[in-house]
Design a protein around this ligand. Structure first.
Ligand SMILES: [Zn+2]
Length: 445
C-alpha cells in the first residue's frame, strides 16, 4: 500500500510539473481541438473597438493590435476563391486556428457560399472593396466610397446574419489615402494595415513565403501577418508556417469587434504600440512650467528639482551646480588695477603691427612726448638747482666732441631733441649749436 501511494504521489507530481511547464504554451490548447492533439490552437480572443483605435498595422500606422510578445494574428485577403480558400479553411480547422478574412465584394457575389463557410467556422469576416482597384490613393473619394460600400453590401448579402460582418476594412494593395481613411473612420470602420506580409502575391516559391513569414515575425516578435487565401503557394506554405509558429512558442489571437453585448478587451494606450516605451528607454522630459508670481514679488523663486519633472535616475540630464563650483565662485580674488596696465614700449610695438608706419611713428612720438613731459616735471626742481653747473659742463663738452654736434639732425628749429632725458638748455645753448650746423651745411654744399 505504501509503495503504491508513493508511485501515485510521484505520478501526480510529474503531471503537475508537466502542467506547469505547458501553461501558456500552444500544447495547452490542444484539448480544445478534438482529433488534433498537436494543434497550435487559438490562445485567446481579443475584442476591439474600431472607434477607439481606427488605424492599425505598423506597416503604415503608429498603432497596431495590443498583442503580447509572441502573439500572432493571421489575416487572409482577396477571397473567397473556392479552390484555395477551402484548403486554407481546412488547414486552419485542423489547427483550431481562428483568423480574419478580408473579402472582395465581387468574390462574395460569385461565391456567397464561401462567405457563409467562413462565418460558420467562426472566423472574423471584414471587407476589402468591391473590385480590388489598386488606385485608392488617387481615385475620387466618391468612387472610393462606392468601392467600399459595394464590398460591404455584397459580403453582408452573402451572410445568413449580416450583423456577423465585422467593421474591419483593408485597403487594396495598402494604397492608403487620408480621404479614404477619414471616410472609413466616420463610419466606425477600423482600417487594417498589417505588421508584416509574406509576399505570397508575388511569383516566389512557397518555401520563400514560409521563410519571409517567419523571418519578419521574428524581427518584430508579434503582430498581424498578411496572407492571401487565393494563392497555391500560400496553401502550400501555411502548414509549415503553423508548425514553425508552434515550435517557436508563438500563440494565435482571434480578433473580433466590440458590440453592445461584447465590450472591448480592456487595454492601455501604450499596448497599441508595437514597442511600448519602457523605464530603460531614455526619454527627453520637458520641464513643467513653474508657477511664477509676477505681481507680488520682484524676485522670482529658484525652481526646485521637482519643477523640472525629473526622476532621480534622470538627474544626469540636468546641468547641476555643485557645491565645489559655488565655493570657487565665492572665493575668486578681484583682479588688481596693475593687471590691466600696458608695459612700457609695448604701445609702439602694438601700433607698428596694426597701423601704417607713418601713423605709428606719429603716435609713438606723441607717447614719447607725454613721457618726456612727465619726466621733466619730476626733475624740474633738481634741474633748476643744478642748471648753472650743467650749463658749464655742456658748453665744454660740445666744443670737445663734434659727434654730439651732428646728432641733432632731427631737431626742430626751436632746438627740442628726441631724447627726453637731456633737459633743454637755456638760450645760450642754441647760440652755441647754431653756428656748428651752419658750418656743416656750408661744408656739404
Ligand atoms: Zn488584396
Amino acid at each position: 500500500m505504501i509503495g503504491i501511494s508513493v508511485v501515485l504521489r510521484t505520478r501526480s507530481w510529474i503531471v503537475l510539473c508537466l502542467g506547469m511547464l505547458t501553461v501558456g504554451a500552444p500544447a495547452a490548447f490542444a484539448a480544445d481541438c478534438p482529433g488534433h492533439p498537436d494543434a497550435l490552437g487559438t490562445s485567446r480572443t481579443l475584442v476591439v473597438d474600431p472607434r477607439e483605435h481606427p488605424l492599425i498595422g505598423t506597416m503604415q500606422y503608429r498603432e497596431t493590435l495590443p498583442l503580447k510578445d509572441h502573439e500572432v494574428v493571421l489575416t487572409f485577403d482577396d477571397g473567397p476563391l473556392p479552390k484555395y480558400s477551402n484548403q486554407v479553411l481546412q488547414i486552419l480547422a485542423d489547427e483550431c486556428i481562428k483568423a480574419t478574412f478580408f473579402i472582395i465584394g465581387s468574390q462574395a457575389k460569385a461565391n456567397p457560399e464561401g462567405v457563409r463557410k467562413l462565418v460558420a467556422a467562426g472566423h472574423t469576416v471584414g471587407t476589402h472593396s468591391m473590385d480590388h482597384p489598386l488606385t485608392f490613393d488617387r481615385m475620387p473619394i466618391d468612387k472610393a466610397e462606392a468601392e467600399i460600400n459595394g464590398g460591404i453590401a455584397w459580403t453582408s448579402a452573402a451572410m445568413t446574419d449580416p450583423s456577423q460582418l465585422a467593421p474591419f476594412f483593408r485597403i487594396p494593395g495598402l494604397m492608403r489615402a487620408e480621404g479614404v481613411e477619414n471616410y472609413l473612420i466616420s463610419r466606425g470602420i477600423q482600417v487594417w494595415s498589417a505588421d508584416f506580409p509574406a509576399d505570397d502575391w508575388r511569383h516566389v516559391s512557397s518555401d520563400r513565403v514560409y521563410q519571409l513569414a517567419i523571418q519578419r515575425l521574428e524581427a518584430k516578435g508579434k503582430g498581424i501577418l498578411l496572407l492571401h487565401d487565393i494563392q497555391a503557394r500560400t496553401v502550400a506554405a501555411l502548414p509549415k508556417i503553423i508548425r514553425d509558429l508552434k515550435a517557436r512558442g508563438y500563440r494565435i489571437v482571434h480578433v473580433v469587434p466590440a458590440t453592445a453585448e461584447r465590450p472591448a478587451t480592456p487595454t492601455t494606450t501604450v499596448e497599441w504600440l508595437l514597442h511600448p516605451p519602457t523605464e530603460t528607454t531614455p526619454i527627453a522630459r520637458w520641464p513643467r512650467v513653474p508657477n511664477f508670481v509676477f505681481t507680488q514679488t520682484r524676485a522670482l523663486p529658484a525652481p526646485a528639482l521637482a519643477d523640472l519633472n525629473a526622476l532621480a535616475e534622470h538627474q544626469p540630464l540636468l546641468p547641476l551646480r555643485t557645491m565645489a563650483q559655488a565655493n570657487v565662485a565665492a572665493t575668486l580674488p578681484a583682479p588688481g588695477r596693475a593687471l590691466f596696465a600696458i608695459p612700457e614700449g609695448s604701445v609702439e610695438v602694438l601700433l607698428s603691427t596694426t597701423l601704417s608706419r607713418r601713423a605709428a611713428t606719429r603716435l609713438a612720438m606723441a607717447a614719447e612726448a607725454t613721457r618726456a613731459a612727465k619726466d621733466k616735471a619730476a626733475h624740474a626742481k633738481a634741474a633748476k638747482g643744478k642748471a648753472a653747473k650743467l650749463q658749464g659742463r655742456r658748453t665744454a663738452h660740445a666744443a670737445a666732441a663734434p659727434d654730439h654736434v651732428e646728432q641733432p639732425k632731427g631737431t626742430t628749429a626751436k632746438g627740442t631733441t628726441a631724447t627726453g632725458t637731456a633737459p633743454k638748455g637755456p638760450a645760450s645753448r642754441s647760440a652755441t649749436t647754431r653756428p656748428t650746423r651752419v658750418a656743416s651745411l656750408k661744408k656739404r654744399a
